[in-house]
Design a binder for this molecule. Structure first.
Ligand code: SF4
Length: 308
């Protein structure tokens, strides 16, 4: 597995740079650090704010959202926007963002937004750096340490960063159409999980490669590959994929084993059994029948199992 490169808020486990001089201790980010390369940023300190410092808030003005320090009324908007733009342009070969929740710079969707009286709250929004990350890298996962406590968000985040690290490394070194075919085959069920229609389109792009040549084919394929992962899959999508995988070896099973799989799939659909349990059960048969094609499917192990 290739090592993903993840942009992380510096106050998560790395340095005490929060407005109050604190640091956030996060076990998931710590564990993840054993498997990824972190690139740390602290937008507020990086634009010259001190530690500790008076806290800033986001306020909704008629023309745009501004970052203001309410006591002195200092406006940091332009500084933080320039910094964020410059950083986005400087990031190369990255696979995702893990940012600090609720922060006016880093929060992902849950940062308090105030009226321009700087007192009354009007809702929630992205921190300014997080907003730039989402706009500049629309296909990459941008999450915060609070959101990844949700098991589905966490699995989606992990799947994407490891899949994108693999795609980034593999697709930039394709020298023959067979290498691209192999990449596509290995990801078949993972692509089907996220979007069966795009998975088919990706296959068509490969089938027509001789019309545009290898380099152009890889370019078009890469673009659509990333787009495939835009929407987080639900339980039904997993069941669909598992039924396809089960179809590879169902003839070899005893009727009691078939019944048990159907039972597990129904329970998973009702939320009574974790889908991961069903995947592991199906994986057992893949190894038992030593099916090389299925063993190579990234769907069955999209990220290191220690992270689940
Ligand atoms: S949330 Fe972002 S800006 Fe605030 S201390 Fe952490 S890294 Fe710095």
């Amino acid at each position: 597995m290739y090592k993903p490169r993840v942009v992380i808020s510096r106050c998560i486990n790395i340095a005490p740079v929060r407005y109050n001089g604190g640091i956030v201790t996060d076990d998931f980010a710590k564990k993840l650090g054993q498997f990824v390369e972190y690139i740390d940023i602290c937008p507020e300190v990086d634009i010259g704010m001190s530690v500790p410092r008076p806290s800033v808030i986001l306020a909704k003005y008629p023309e745009k959202i501004r970052m203001i320090e309410p006591i002195s009324k200092t406006d940091y908007t332009e500084k933080i926007e320039d910094y964020s733009k410059k950083m986005m342009e400087s990031f190369k070969n990255i696979d995702g963002f893990l940012l600090k929740s609720k922060s006016p710079s880093c929060g992902v969707g849950d940062t308090k937004l105030y009226k321009d009286d700087l007192v009354h709250s009007v809702g929630k929004t992205d921190g300014i750096f997080a907003r730039f990350a989402k706009t500049h890298f629309p296909y990459l996962p941008v999450e915060d340490e609070g959101r990844v406590h949700d098991i589905w968000i966490k699995r989606d985040f992990l799947t994407k960063i490891f899949t994108f690290a693999n795609a980034r490394n593999t697709l930039s070194n394709i020298e023959s159409i067979n290498q691209l075919i192999k990449f596509h085959q290995n990801n078949k069920y993972l692509l089907m999980l996220y979007s069966p229609s795009k998975q088919k389109k990706l296959g068509q792009i490969i089938a027509n490669w001789d019309k545009v040549g290898l380099n152009e084919t890889v370019k078009i394929y890469r673009e659509l590959f990333y787009q495939t992962f835009l929407k987080r899959p639900g339980l039904k999508s997993h069941i669909n994929v598992l039924q396809h995988i089960y179809g590879h070896f169902s003839d070899l099973l005893k009727s009691s084993e078939k019944r048990h799989i159907h039972n597990l799939l129904n329970k998973a659909l009702d939320g009574k059994v974790d889908i991961k349990t069903v995947i592991e059960y199906i994986k057992g048969f893949v190894f038992r029948f030593d099916d090389e094609y299925l063993k190579s499917q990234t769907y069955l192990s999209p990220y290191p199992e220690e992270l689940d």
